[in-house]
Design a protein. Sequence first.
Length: 153
Amino acid sequence: MLRALLTSALLAGLVLLSGCSEGKKSDGVGRYGMLAQGTPEYAAIEFFDHLYHDGNIQETLKLSSPKMARLLKNYKTSRNFQRHVMNLTYQEVEMMVDSGNNKMRSEYSDKASVVIFFTGTDHGEKKEDLRTVNLLKISGDWRVDEIEVDKFM
């Protein structure tokens, strides 16, 4: 009886400890790394991550529709694009997806709209803003097509 109780306690302890092991790391992006690759949200965050954190716009161009790529090329640098098209410059920035009202199934759609919250600093001043990003599915990959300023901010 004591042996069965001890065995049960040992097995329960092993089950609890095995739950503490580190699982496989996700390759997602976003604030908590929870956005799955191949979704419009992932493509939008990756686009802005390259726009705000890379020195050149080559990676940003890969995530753009032909229409957005032409616009990016006209401004030559990501900083110019931030200043003149986005009207949103940051020295440090974090981006999050607003998925509160998202009821669509993106795997069956060719178009998607994603709202991105920007929080960061510019010249020591804290700035918060949001943009609506319209994406198109081109050859199976999501591409940023338009960036809209929120009408209510």
